[in-house]
Design a protein around this ligand. Structure first.
Ligand code: AMP
Ligand code: MG
Length: 338
């Protein structure tokens, strides 16, 4: 089975072709980069509409797959920015109709977990999902993926981007802060906001801006912010793992490309005997391959949508979608890729 997947929840337009053994046959991605400031949903959606025809063509040609071999078209249904989601869904509907293929809706957050799960070979991992708009700890239980903890305000990536922008960097700011942080020396104490299983970043942002006003070196600020924010993520991931008695952790989302976050997660996990897997950067950030792979699982689980019902769901929650491809009532459910 081969599925073509379309991703367009935020700044990234991406098309992936994946087969039933989770081999990524091709991946074509193009990221919207705002000229100044943060992401503008309408501009991003226009960018996606412009680049998608070429991305589809490129993904198809480089996959070596014939259209007749494609069994379904999968697309990110949510959560995400409405205009961006609609750009991708329009392309998906068009392809499904033109090629007479079933259309498979995919939850973006679940797709991050599923691609990491299959690549890791882990059976039932907890996901630490750290991206631009989302920050969650997710695990499977009773037929669905559940959010164990999450941000109460900004996504961690948006927080890093906003902070970097206010210091004169361009979007995306996370990698720029990472570079600055490598030159950091003095660590400043900043607000550490963990509320049970949840985190928040707005107080950290305000305090970071105040430190800038006091003249902190941007390298020291970047180091202090990374240490504080990533420790918060490690804490809620660790508590989630402890609660479930799980020994498998996967990372996902663009911020999971960060070397310091990966090292801190490893340092948390090793003493507990927890194995950690981080996908390669191209599959950690938003990408069409994870949508295609989740499309394969969902299609095998009987999930399709008619075109007229294929509305995008910008606020769709991870725990609002069934995961029928995961057998069993509890988190010990069996994994059987088709
Ligand atoms: P995503 O939304 O998953 O595509 O990820 C995009 C987010 O990841 C943006 O907020 C980026 O600033 C952030 N990001 C990407 N690479 C890094 C990195 N190396 N360190 C920290 N943040 C990063
Ligand atoms: Mg994402």
């Amino acid at each position: 089975m081969v599925v073509l997947g379309i991703e367009s929840t935020a700044h990234t337009a991406s098309v992936g072709v994946v087969d039933g053994s989770a081999r990524v046959r091709s991946l074509a991605t193009d990221m919207y980069r705002p000229a100044h400031g943060g992401i503008h949903p309408r501009e991003a959606a226009n960018h996606h509409a412009e680049v998608f025809p070429e991305l589809v063509e490129r993904a198809l040609v480089s996959s070596g797959v014939d259209v007749t071999e494609i069994e379904a078209i999968a697309f990110s249904q949510g959560p995400g920015l409405g205009p961006c989601l609609r750009s991708g869904a329009t392309v998906a509907r068009t392809l499904a109709q033109a090629w007479e293929k079933p259309l498979v809706p995919v939850n973006h957050c679940v797709a991050h977990l599923e691609i990491a799960r299959v690549l890791s070979g882990f059976r039932d991992p907890v996901l630490l999902y750290a991206s631009g708009g989302n920050t969650q700890v997710v695990a499977f239980s009773n037929g669905r993926y559940r959010v164990l903890g999450e941000t109460l305000d900004l996504g961690i990536g948006n927080f890093l981007d906003k902070l970097a922008l206010s210091l004169g960097a361009t979007f995306p700011g996370g990698p720029i802060l990472e570079k600055w942080a490598r030159e950091g020396r003095d660590v400043e104490a900043l607000p550490y906001s963990v509320h049970g299983m949840d985190v928040s970043f707005s107080g950290l942002f305000t305090a970071a801006r105040a430190a800038v006003a006091r003249g902190i070196r941007k390298e020291d600020l970047a180091l202090s912010v990374e240490l504080t924010a990533y420790a918060m993520l490690c804490e809620i991931a660790e508590r989630g793992l402890a609660h479930l008695g799980s020994r498998e952790l996967v990372l996902g989302g663009g911020v999971a490309c960060n070397a310091r976050l990966r090292a801190m997660v490893e340092a948390m996990a090793a003493p507990r005997g927890i194995r950690v897997y981080s996908p390669p950067p191209s599959l950690c950030v938003d990408n069409g391959a994870m949508i295609a792979w989740n499309g394969i699982l969902a299609h095998a689980g009987g999930i399709t949508t008619e075109i007229e019902d294929s509305v995008v769901l910008p606020r769709q929650r991870t725990d609002q979608v069934d995961a029928p491809w995961r057998a069993g009532p509890s988190s010990g459910g069996e994994v059987s890729p088709p």
